[in-house]
Write a protein that binds this ligand. Structure first.
Ligand code: ADP
Ligand code: MG
Length: 383
Protein backbone atom coordinates (compact mmCIF):
# COMPACT_ATOMS: atom_id res chain seq x y z
CA UNK A 1 0.00 0.00 0.00
CA UNK A 2 1.22 3.53 -0.69
CA UNK A 3 -0.10 7.10 -0.67
CA UNK A 4 -1.10 6.86 -4.35
CA UNK A 5 -3.41 3.94 -3.61
CA UNK A 6 -4.69 5.78 -0.54
CA UNK A 7 -5.56 8.80 -2.67
CA UNK A 8 -7.26 6.62 -5.28
CA UNK A 9 -9.40 4.93 -2.64
CA UNK A 10 -10.21 8.26 -1.04
CA UNK A 11 -11.21 9.62 -4.43
CA UNK A 12 -13.62 6.72 -5.01
CA UNK A 13 -15.30 7.24 -1.65
CA UNK A 14 -15.11 10.93 -0.84
CA UNK A 15 -13.47 13.00 -3.60
CA UNK A 16 -10.16 14.84 -3.36
CA UNK A 17 -8.51 14.91 0.08
CA UNK A 18 -7.46 18.18 1.71
CA UNK A 19 -4.23 16.66 3.02
CA UNK A 20 -2.31 13.46 3.87
CA UNK A 21 -0.74 12.79 7.29
CA UNK A 22 1.30 10.03 8.83
CA UNK A 23 2.31 8.99 12.33
CA UNK A 24 4.59 6.10 13.31
CA UNK A 25 4.81 3.14 15.65
CA UNK A 26 7.83 2.83 17.92
CA UNK A 27 10.54 0.72 19.48
CA UNK A 28 12.00 1.14 22.95
CA UNK A 29 15.76 0.57 22.95
CA UNK A 30 16.17 0.14 26.69
CA UNK A 31 14.27 0.98 29.89
CA UNK A 32 11.70 -1.72 30.59
CA UNK A 33 9.28 -1.67 33.55
CA UNK A 34 10.81 1.68 34.49
CA UNK A 35 7.78 3.82 33.59
CA UNK A 36 5.66 2.99 36.66
CA UNK A 37 8.80 3.27 38.79
CA UNK A 38 9.13 6.94 37.85
CA UNK A 39 12.18 6.21 35.69
CA UNK A 40 13.21 6.75 32.08
CA UNK A 41 12.38 5.06 28.79
CA UNK A 42 14.27 5.39 25.51
CA UNK A 43 11.86 5.02 22.59
CA UNK A 44 12.34 5.88 18.92
CA UNK A 45 9.75 6.39 16.17
CA UNK A 46 10.02 3.85 13.33
CA UNK A 47 9.58 3.82 9.56
CA UNK A 48 6.20 2.10 9.89
CA UNK A 49 3.02 3.94 10.73
CA UNK A 50 -0.52 4.93 9.92
CA UNK A 51 -1.09 7.13 6.87
CA UNK A 52 -4.39 8.90 6.37
CA UNK A 53 -6.13 11.11 3.83
CA UNK A 54 -8.68 13.56 5.20
CA UNK A 55 -11.19 16.19 4.12
CA UNK A 56 -13.65 18.32 6.07
CA UNK A 57 -17.16 17.33 4.94
CA UNK A 58 -19.26 20.20 6.28
CA UNK A 59 -21.56 17.91 8.31
CA UNK A 60 -21.52 16.79 11.94
CA UNK A 61 -20.69 13.22 10.96
CA UNK A 62 -17.45 11.31 10.55
CA UNK A 63 -17.01 8.80 7.77
CA UNK A 64 -13.84 6.72 7.82
CA UNK A 65 -12.66 3.96 5.54
CA UNK A 66 -10.05 1.45 6.76
CA UNK A 67 -8.13 0.11 3.77
CA UNK A 68 -6.67 -2.75 5.81
CA UNK A 69 -10.04 -3.97 7.06
CA UNK A 70 -11.85 -2.88 3.87
CA UNK A 71 -14.58 -1.47 6.07
CA UNK A 72 -16.33 1.86 6.62
CA UNK A 73 -17.39 3.36 9.95
CA UNK A 74 -19.81 6.26 10.28
CA UNK A 75 -20.48 8.00 13.53
CA UNK A 76 -21.60 11.26 15.09
CA UNK A 77 -19.41 13.17 17.47
CA UNK A 78 -21.32 13.15 20.74
CA UNK A 79 -20.53 10.80 23.61
CA UNK A 80 -23.51 8.60 22.68
CA UNK A 81 -22.19 7.94 19.17
CA UNK A 82 -19.46 5.40 19.97
CA UNK A 83 -18.98 3.24 16.86
CA UNK A 84 -19.27 -0.54 16.86
CA UNK A 85 -16.03 -1.34 14.99
CA UNK A 86 -13.14 -1.69 17.40
CA UNK A 87 -10.67 0.13 15.11
CA UNK A 88 -13.05 3.11 14.83
CA UNK A 89 -13.15 3.56 18.61
CA UNK A 90 -9.61 4.95 18.48
CA UNK A 91 -10.70 7.67 16.06
CA UNK A 92 -13.92 8.41 17.91
CA UNK A 93 -11.93 8.61 21.17
CA UNK A 94 -9.53 11.14 19.67
CA UNK A 95 -12.45 13.32 18.52
CA UNK A 96 -14.08 13.12 21.96
CA UNK A 97 -10.87 13.86 23.83
CA UNK A 98 -10.21 16.91 21.65
CA UNK A 99 -13.74 18.16 22.36
CA UNK A 100 -13.23 17.60 26.10
CA UNK A 101 -10.36 20.07 25.86
CA UNK A 102 -12.77 22.77 24.68
CA UNK A 103 -11.95 22.58 20.97
CA UNK A 104 -14.48 21.98 18.22
CA UNK A 105 -13.98 19.30 15.62
CA UNK A 106 -16.37 19.35 12.67
CA UNK A 107 -17.35 16.43 10.47
CA UNK A 108 -14.74 14.87 8.21
CA UNK A 109 -14.13 12.06 5.76
CA UNK A 110 -10.97 10.01 6.07
CA UNK A 111 -9.33 6.88 4.70
CA UNK A 112 -6.25 5.25 6.19
CA UNK A 113 -3.90 2.28 6.08
CA UNK A 114 -1.02 1.12 8.22
CA UNK A 115 2.08 -1.03 8.13
CA UNK A 116 2.76 -1.36 11.86
CA UNK A 117 2.14 -5.01 12.72
CA UNK A 118 -0.87 -5.17 15.03
CA UNK A 119 -0.36 -6.28 18.60
CA UNK A 120 3.36 -7.04 18.13
CA UNK A 121 4.45 -4.44 20.67
CA UNK A 122 5.21 -1.69 18.14
CA UNK A 123 2.19 0.33 19.15
CA UNK A 124 0.03 0.45 16.07
CA UNK A 125 -2.76 1.89 18.25
CA UNK A 126 -0.68 4.93 19.26
CA UNK A 127 0.20 5.46 15.59
CA UNK A 128 -3.51 5.48 14.76
CA UNK A 129 -4.45 7.90 17.55
CA UNK A 130 -1.52 10.19 16.86
CA UNK A 131 -2.18 10.35 13.13
CA UNK A 132 -5.78 11.45 13.69
CA UNK A 133 -5.00 13.82 16.58
CA UNK A 134 -2.25 15.48 14.55
CA UNK A 135 -4.38 15.71 11.39
CA UNK A 136 -7.47 17.14 13.12
CA UNK A 137 -5.38 19.68 15.00
CA UNK A 138 -3.87 20.78 11.70
CA UNK A 139 -6.92 20.91 9.41
CA UNK A 140 -9.07 22.69 11.99
CA UNK A 141 -6.18 24.88 13.28
CA UNK A 142 -7.07 23.92 16.86
CA UNK A 143 -3.82 25.22 18.30
CA UNK A 144 -3.13 22.13 20.42
CA UNK A 145 0.51 21.56 21.33
CA UNK A 146 2.29 18.30 20.47
CA UNK A 147 2.25 17.55 24.17
CA UNK A 148 -1.59 17.84 24.26
CA UNK A 149 -1.86 15.58 21.22
CA UNK A 150 0.10 12.85 23.02
CA UNK A 151 -2.15 13.17 26.08
CA UNK A 152 -5.24 12.98 23.84
CA UNK A 153 -3.99 9.67 22.42
CA UNK A 154 -3.28 8.28 25.88
CA UNK A 155 -6.70 9.41 27.18
CA UNK A 156 -8.30 7.69 24.18
CA UNK A 157 -6.74 4.38 25.26
CA UNK A 158 -7.88 4.92 28.84
CA UNK A 159 -11.40 6.14 28.20
CA UNK A 160 -12.49 4.63 24.88
CA UNK A 161 -10.43 1.45 24.52
CA UNK A 162 -9.98 0.41 28.15
CA UNK A 163 -6.17 0.13 28.09
CA UNK A 164 -4.50 1.85 31.05
CA UNK A 165 -1.27 2.63 29.23
CA UNK A 166 1.49 5.09 30.08
CA UNK A 167 2.40 8.04 27.86
CA UNK A 168 5.48 6.66 26.06
CA UNK A 169 3.84 5.32 22.90
CA UNK A 170 1.83 8.41 22.03
CA UNK A 171 4.64 10.72 23.10
CA UNK A 172 7.19 9.21 20.74
CA UNK A 173 4.69 8.83 17.88
CA UNK A 174 4.11 12.59 18.08
CA UNK A 175 7.61 13.82 19.01
CA UNK A 176 9.86 11.30 17.25
CA UNK A 177 12.77 12.43 15.09
CA UNK A 178 14.82 10.69 12.43
CA UNK A 179 18.16 9.50 13.78
CA UNK A 180 17.19 10.33 17.38
CA UNK A 181 15.88 8.39 20.33
CA UNK A 182 13.97 10.22 23.01
CA UNK A 183 14.95 9.85 26.63
CA UNK A 184 11.68 10.42 28.45
CA UNK A 185 11.51 10.97 32.19
CA UNK A 186 8.25 9.24 33.07
CA UNK A 187 7.88 11.22 36.28
CA UNK A 188 8.32 14.78 35.03
CA UNK A 189 7.66 14.09 31.32
CA UNK A 190 10.80 16.09 30.56
CA UNK A 191 12.60 14.68 27.57
CA UNK A 192 15.87 14.89 25.68
CA UNK A 193 16.87 13.64 22.26
CA UNK A 194 19.80 11.22 22.08
CA UNK A 195 21.59 10.54 18.77
CA UNK A 196 20.91 7.18 17.20
CA UNK A 197 22.43 6.71 13.81
CA UNK A 198 24.32 3.44 14.01
CA UNK A 199 26.24 3.32 10.73
CA UNK A 200 27.12 -0.30 10.01
CA UNK A 201 24.33 -1.72 12.17
CA UNK A 202 20.73 -2.68 11.67
CA UNK A 203 17.91 -2.68 14.18
CA UNK A 204 15.67 -5.70 13.78
CA UNK A 205 12.82 -7.18 15.79
CA UNK A 206 12.19 -10.89 15.95
CA UNK A 207 8.61 -11.67 16.86
CA UNK A 208 8.34 -14.88 18.91
CA UNK A 209 4.66 -15.00 17.84
CA UNK A 210 3.71 -16.24 21.31
CA UNK A 211 1.67 -14.50 24.00
CA UNK A 212 1.56 -16.49 27.19
CA UNK A 213 -1.62 -16.48 29.21
CA UNK A 214 -1.00 -14.32 32.28
CA UNK A 215 -2.03 -16.04 35.49
CA UNK A 216 -2.51 -14.16 38.79
CA UNK A 217 -1.80 -10.82 37.14
CA UNK A 218 2.01 -10.91 37.27
CA UNK A 219 2.30 -7.23 36.29
CA UNK A 220 0.32 -6.12 39.33
CA UNK A 221 2.49 -8.32 41.50
CA UNK A 222 5.64 -6.71 40.08
CA UNK A 223 4.23 -3.28 40.90
CA UNK A 224 3.38 -4.36 44.42
CA UNK A 225 6.94 -5.61 44.91
CA UNK A 226 8.33 -2.27 43.77
CA UNK A 227 6.00 -0.39 46.12
CA UNK A 228 6.89 -2.65 49.05
CA UNK A 229 10.60 -1.95 48.60
CA UNK A 230 10.00 1.80 48.28
CA UNK A 231 7.99 1.72 51.54
CA UNK A 232 10.82 -0.15 53.33
CA UNK A 233 13.48 2.26 52.03
CA UNK A 234 11.45 5.31 53.09
CA UNK A 235 11.38 3.99 56.65
CA UNK A 236 15.19 3.97 56.61
CA UNK A 237 15.50 7.76 56.74
CA UNK A 238 15.11 8.16 52.99
CA UNK A 239 11.71 9.85 52.91
CA UNK A 240 12.45 11.51 49.56
CA UNK A 241 12.44 8.14 47.81
CA UNK A 242 9.08 8.18 46.05
CA UNK A 243 9.82 5.61 43.39
CA UNK A 244 12.53 3.01 42.86
CA UNK A 245 13.98 5.47 40.38
CA UNK A 246 15.17 7.46 43.42
CA UNK A 247 16.71 4.44 45.15
CA UNK A 248 20.30 3.16 45.05
CA UNK A 249 21.74 -0.33 45.49
CA UNK A 250 23.07 0.80 48.90
CA UNK A 251 19.55 1.66 50.05
CA UNK A 252 18.31 -1.69 48.78
CA UNK A 253 21.04 -3.43 50.79
CA UNK A 254 19.87 -1.64 53.97
CA UNK A 255 16.41 -3.18 53.70
CA UNK A 256 17.51 -6.62 52.56
CA UNK A 257 16.26 -8.33 55.73
CA UNK A 258 12.97 -6.46 55.74
CA UNK A 259 11.69 -7.32 52.28
CA UNK A 260 11.01 -10.70 50.73
CA UNK A 261 13.68 -12.28 48.56
CA UNK A 262 11.32 -11.89 45.62
CA UNK A 263 10.71 -8.18 46.22
CA UNK A 264 14.48 -7.70 46.56
CA UNK A 265 15.13 -9.26 43.15
CA UNK A 266 12.45 -7.14 41.50
CA UNK A 267 13.93 -3.95 42.93
CA UNK A 268 17.44 -5.04 42.00
CA UNK A 269 16.30 -5.25 38.39
CA UNK A 270 14.58 -1.85 38.38
CA UNK A 271 17.43 0.04 40.07
CA UNK A 272 19.86 -1.59 37.64
CA UNK A 273 17.62 -0.79 34.67
CA UNK A 274 17.43 2.92 35.48
CA UNK A 275 21.24 2.99 35.60
CA UNK A 276 21.60 0.93 32.40
CA UNK A 277 19.46 3.39 30.49
CA UNK A 278 21.63 6.29 31.64
CA UNK A 279 24.77 4.33 30.72
CA UNK A 280 23.30 3.52 27.29
CA UNK A 281 22.54 7.22 26.68
CA UNK A 282 26.11 8.16 27.59
CA UNK A 283 27.40 5.50 25.18
CA UNK A 284 25.07 6.73 22.41
CA UNK A 285 26.42 10.26 22.80
CA UNK A 286 29.86 8.79 22.06
CA UNK A 287 28.62 6.53 19.24
CA UNK A 288 29.74 3.51 21.28
CA UNK A 289 27.26 0.90 20.05
CA UNK A 290 29.20 -2.01 21.57
CA UNK A 291 28.42 -0.71 25.06
CA UNK A 292 24.80 -0.03 24.08
CA UNK A 293 24.53 -3.65 22.94
CA UNK A 294 26.07 -4.93 26.15
CA UNK A 295 23.48 -2.96 28.16
CA UNK A 296 20.71 -4.52 26.07
CA UNK A 297 21.97 -8.03 26.93
CA UNK A 298 22.18 -7.08 30.61
CA UNK A 299 18.58 -5.87 30.47
CA UNK A 300 17.50 -9.17 28.98
CA UNK A 301 19.24 -11.13 31.72
CA UNK A 302 17.65 -8.91 34.38
CA UNK A 303 14.17 -9.27 32.87
CA UNK A 304 14.65 -13.03 32.69
CA UNK A 305 16.41 -13.85 35.98
CA UNK A 306 15.45 -11.03 38.38
CA UNK A 307 12.16 -9.62 37.16
CA UNK A 308 11.09 -13.02 35.80
CA UNK A 309 8.96 -11.79 32.91
CA UNK A 310 10.67 -13.76 30.14
CA UNK A 311 9.65 -17.14 28.71
CA UNK A 312 11.33 -20.05 26.99
CA UNK A 313 10.80 -18.60 23.50
CA UNK A 314 12.26 -15.16 24.31
CA UNK A 315 15.24 -16.65 26.11
CA UNK A 316 15.82 -18.90 23.11
CA UNK A 317 15.79 -15.88 20.75
CA UNK A 318 18.24 -14.10 23.04
CA UNK A 319 20.53 -17.15 22.94
CA UNK A 320 20.27 -17.16 19.13
CA UNK A 321 21.43 -13.54 19.10
CA UNK A 322 24.49 -14.50 21.13
CA UNK A 323 25.16 -17.53 18.94
CA UNK A 324 25.18 -15.40 15.76
CA UNK A 325 27.34 -12.65 17.24
CA UNK A 326 24.64 -9.98 17.53
CA UNK A 327 25.84 -6.82 19.31
CA UNK A 328 22.79 -6.35 21.55
CA UNK A 329 19.51 -8.18 22.11
CA UNK A 330 16.72 -8.14 24.63
CA UNK A 331 13.01 -8.61 25.21
CA UNK A 332 11.10 -5.50 24.16
CA UNK A 333 7.93 -4.71 26.09
CA UNK A 334 6.36 -6.18 29.21
CA UNK A 335 7.49 -9.77 28.59
CA UNK A 336 5.86 -13.23 28.47
CA UNK A 337 5.93 -13.07 24.66
CA UNK A 338 6.23 -10.55 21.83
CA UNK A 339 9.47 -9.44 20.22
CA UNK A 340 13.16 -9.23 20.92
CA UNK A 341 14.92 -6.09 19.70
CA UNK A 342 18.35 -6.68 18.18
CA UNK A 343 21.23 -4.41 17.23
CA UNK A 344 23.12 -6.30 14.53
CA UNK A 345 26.23 -5.52 12.52
CA UNK A 346 25.44 -5.41 8.79
CA UNK A 347 27.92 -8.21 8.07
CA UNK A 348 26.22 -10.55 10.57
CA UNK A 349 22.64 -9.70 9.67
CA UNK A 350 21.89 -12.34 7.01
CA UNK A 351 23.33 -15.25 8.98
CA UNK A 352 21.54 -14.10 12.13
CA UNK A 353 18.15 -13.87 10.45
CA UNK A 354 18.28 -17.08 8.45
CA UNK A 355 19.88 -18.99 11.33
CA UNK A 356 17.44 -17.74 13.95
CA UNK A 357 14.36 -18.31 11.81
CA UNK A 358 15.49 -21.90 11.16
CA UNK A 359 16.56 -22.61 14.76
CA UNK A 360 13.34 -21.18 16.21
CA UNK A 361 11.19 -23.13 13.78
CA UNK A 362 13.05 -26.35 14.56
CA UNK A 363 12.60 -25.84 18.30
CA UNK A 364 9.04 -24.47 18.56
CA UNK A 365 7.45 -25.28 15.17
CA UNK A 366 6.62 -21.60 14.76
CA UNK A 367 7.84 -19.27 12.00
CA UNK A 368 9.02 -16.15 13.83
CA UNK A 369 8.37 -12.84 12.09
CA UNK A 370 11.14 -10.39 11.29
CA UNK A 371 10.66 -6.60 11.27
CA UNK A 372 13.48 -4.30 10.17
CA UNK A 373 13.12 -0.82 11.62
CA UNK A 374 14.81 2.52 10.99
CA UNK A 375 14.47 5.38 13.46
CA UNK A 376 12.35 7.99 11.69
CA UNK A 377 10.26 11.13 12.12
CA UNK A 378 7.13 11.39 14.26
CA UNK A 379 3.68 12.72 13.26
CA UNK A 380 3.79 14.89 10.14
CA UNK A 381 1.92 16.23 7.16
CA UNK A 382 3.01 14.42 4.01
CA UNK A 383 1.19 16.54 1.45
P1 ADP B 1 -0.43 -2.52 19.43
O1 ADP B 1 0.54 -3.14 20.38
O2 ADP B 1 -0.02 -2.74 18.02
O3 ADP B 1 -0.73 -1.10 19.75
P2 ADP B 1 -3.19 -2.80 20.18
O4 ADP B 1 -4.02 -4.00 20.47
O5 ADP B 1 -3.01 -1.79 21.24
O6 ADP B 1 -1.78 -3.36 19.64
O7 ADP B 1 -3.79 -2.03 18.93
C1 ADP B 1 -4.17 -2.73 17.78
C2 ADP B 1 -5.51 -2.22 17.29
O8 ADP B 1 -5.34 -0.89 16.72
C3 ADP B 1 -6.10 -3.04 16.18
O9 ADP B 1 -6.85 -4.13 16.70
C4 ADP B 1 -6.99 -2.04 15.46
O10 ADP B 1 -8.21 -1.85 16.14
C5 ADP B 1 -6.18 -0.75 15.57
N1 ADP B 1 -5.30 -0.60 14.40
C6 ADP B 1 -3.94 -0.59 14.38
N2 ADP B 1 -3.46 -0.49 13.12
C7 ADP B 1 -4.54 -0.46 12.32
C8 ADP B 1 -4.73 -0.40 10.89
N3 ADP B 1 -3.69 -0.37 10.05
N4 ADP B 1 -5.99 -0.38 10.42
C9 ADP B 1 -7.05 -0.43 11.25
N5 ADP B 1 -6.93 -0.50 12.59
C10 ADP B 1 -5.71 -0.52 13.12
MG1 MG C 1 -1.50 -0.44 21.61
Amino acid sequence: MDTKQLKDVFQQHYGTPDAIYSSPGRINLIGEHTDYNGGFVLPGAIDKGITLAIKANGTDKVRVFSLDYNETAEFGMTEADKPAQSWAKYIFGVVREIEKRGKTVKGFDAAFYGDVPLGAGLSSSAALESAFAFALNDIYALGLKRYDLALIGQATEHNYVGVKCGIMDQFISIFGKKGRLLSLDCRSLNYEFVPFDPAGYKLVLIDSCVKHELVNNPYNRRRESCEAVVAAIRKHHHPYVQFLRDATFEMLEEVKDEVSAEDYMRAEFVIGEVQRLLDACAALEKGDYKTVGQKMYETHTGLSKLYEVSCEELDFLNDCAKKYGVTGSRIMGGGFGGCTINLVEDAKYDAFISGTVADYKAKFSIDPKVYDVVISDGARKIE
